[in-house]
Ligand binder design. Sequence first.
Ligand code: ARG
Length: 255
Amino acid sequence: MKKVLAVLLAVLLVGAVFAGCSAKESGSDKLVLATSADFPPYESIGDNGEYVGIDIEVAQAIADKLGKELVVENMDFDSIISSVASGKADMGMAGLTVTDERKESVDFSNSYATGVQAIIVPEGSEIKSVDDLYAEGASYKVGVQLSTTADIYFSGDIDDGATTCTIEQYTSAQEAISSLATGKIDAVIIDNEPAKSYVAANEGLVILDSKYAEEEYAIAFAKGSALTEEVNNALNELIADGTVQQIIDKYIPAA
Ligand code: ARG
């Protein structure tokens, strides 16, 4: 009986080791994308529960080129960088801005799109421009999505004493918008295209004309990842042959 058990155990162990290997191997047939699907038109959940958006389609085109299966892992924006850095996901795309600070934990592809930080306020708000958030004694409550560049910039400005406003950090962009729509906060700083989507979907909100910051979006990889060059080459081809622009135009029709 003991012998049988020992053999069984050995078989199980060997099996486990092989399972581990094959999981790894098939892992390389997959391209695991970390994203935060609360950010139309870059990534959101479509009517049938499927992931849609510019980043999803660009990622799909890259996966097709590399002959890999795209697997989308939806998570809080705040978890994307760590999930990519730790290798849990192969790459991160989330309207993700290239910053020097992020470059300390991940590598970035070339940029495939530009973004602009915009400010959303309720219609008729006394906040008329970005300057109002920096006016002397201003005490507006400004909402941001946790760990986004809007969060990093505005939190920094509060710490530096550049603004006397306060900040509310939300795990999802949707929560920040709901909070604004229900009057709990006075403004939301978010990327311009998602701002347009959210304003279109929520009555009584407007985008201020003044821009807060301009940025570059790129794909994030674990530092030193073998995938970076492969994906970057595929991305460059898709930029060069107009595929990326076609995808962007599909979601952001020229005004
Ligand atoms: N561009 C900003 C950043 O990188 C915001 C991105 C938010 N993305 C999202 N999928 N919610 O910090």
